[in-house]
Ligand binder design. Structure first.
Ligand SMILES: NC(=O)c1ccc[n+]([C@@H]2O[C@H](COP(=O)([O-])OP(=O)(O)OC[C@H]3O[C@@H](n4cnc5c(N)ncnc54)[C@H](O)[C@@H]3O)[C@@H](O)[C@H]2O)c1
Length: 310
């Protein structure tokens, strides 16, 4: 058997793909998830599920499974919810993460790979964002994601626990929640396939950095295999570094879903930044990795998934 990896949030969108990728690479994988967002049916066969909450005791999973490494993806994932209830967001995203970090330290885990976010950056005066820029999170969600990067830094100083954080751009692909607040590809695909009419806010010219979930899963898995010695600040953007407008996404989806429906125009939403593109040079260099799935292919595969899921 290979090394043992515990994936928190492994029943969710990104986590289920990460679990699949790890199983394919010969790792032994267990998922820790409270199924609040994900589903047991999304946990790939071959991975054991611990139905636990990261804000409560997680000892049983660490004792029984005894992971070598942890991939920590479980989170409250909604920016809007974080703004409505910042304490709840912090309880799950900060205290829950500290709970996982504490268990990892007690049980001799070598490394934690943490799912951070582009939301750490907040509003910046540049279009393409790099890791060395000062983060000014504009949401409680962004602030909690950023706080945990610092908690991991402290844990390493104190106990030698290795860590790396990947700041994901806009991840899309099969199994993304089409009823969520974010994830336009999934939301539009579901609507178009069901004969609905998506709404595009603010003219549709906002640019985002869309990365296919399998490219993210591969980067996460590779993060377990690299040397992090000498990496003072192991924070890496995980992105394509390409900007695509919502209008461009919509056109690709219309083709992929064989739809002729035009989108409705919605108002400009306060807080929406014009452009959010992440430089990925650091991650490419570290992992010898690059995104492989072009947008058109990724959108086609996502539409196919939602067509079959009806
Ligand atoms: N999807 C994106 O574009 C994106 C972008 C940046 C960062 N991220 C981060 O990536 C990670 C995965 O996000 P996702 O898009 O797959 O979301 P998701 O909602 O599909 O997955 C999150 C998983 O965490 C689980 N979970 C939530 N609260 C929990 C708790 N208290 N205890 C145990 N499990 C809990 C949910 O059941 C779900 O399976 C999150 O940390 C998110 O913040 C995602």
């Amino acid at each position: 058997m290979g090394r043992k990896i515990l994936v928190t949030g492994g029943a969710g969108f990104i986590g289920s793909h990460v679990t699949e990728e790890l199983l394919g690479r010969g790792y032994e994988v267990a998922v820790l998830d409270n199924l609040s967002g994900g589903g047991a049916d999304q946990v790939p066969a071959g991975a054991r599920l611990y139905e636990l909450d990261i804000t409560e005791s997680v000892e049983s999973a660490f004792e029984e499974f005894s992971p070598d490494d942890v991939i920590h993806l479980a989170a409250q994932v909604s920016v809007a919810v974080s703004m409505q209830d910042p304490e709840m967001d912090a309880r799950i995203n900060v205290l829950g993460s500290l709970n996982i970090i504490g268990a990892a330290r007690r049980h001799g885990v070598r490394r934690i790979v943490y799912a951070s976010s582009a939301a750490c950056y907040g509003v910046q005066d540049r279009d393409v964002l790099s890791e060395e820029m000062r983060c000014v999170p504009a949401s409680f969600y962004g602030a909690s994601k950023y706080a945990v990067e610092h908690c991991l830094l402290s844990a390493r100083e104190d106990s030698g626990l290795e860590w790396a954080a990947l700041r994901f751009a806009n991840v899309y692909g099969p199994r993304q929640d089409p009823h969520g607040e974010a994830g336009v590809v999934a939301i539009f695909a579901r609507l178009l396939l069901d004969g609905g009419q998506p709404k595009i806010f603010g003219g549709g010219e906002l640019k985002r950095d869309y990365i296919f979930v399998e490219d993210v899963a591969r980067a996460v898995a590779l993060m377990l295999e690299v040397e992090l010695d000498g990496c003072e600040d192991p924070v890496f953007n995980c992105s394509t570094a390409l900007g695509t407008t919502t209008n461009q996404i919509y056109e690709l989806l219309k083709t992929a879903c064989s739809s002729g429906v035009d989108a409705l125009a919605g108002p400009w939403r306060p807080g929406d930044v014009q452009s959010l593109i992440l430089n990925n040079t650091r991650l490419k260099r570290l992992l010898d990795w690059a995104p492989r799935v072009p947008l058109e292919e990724g959108i086609g595969r996502t539409a196919e998934y939602f067509r079959d899921a009806t």
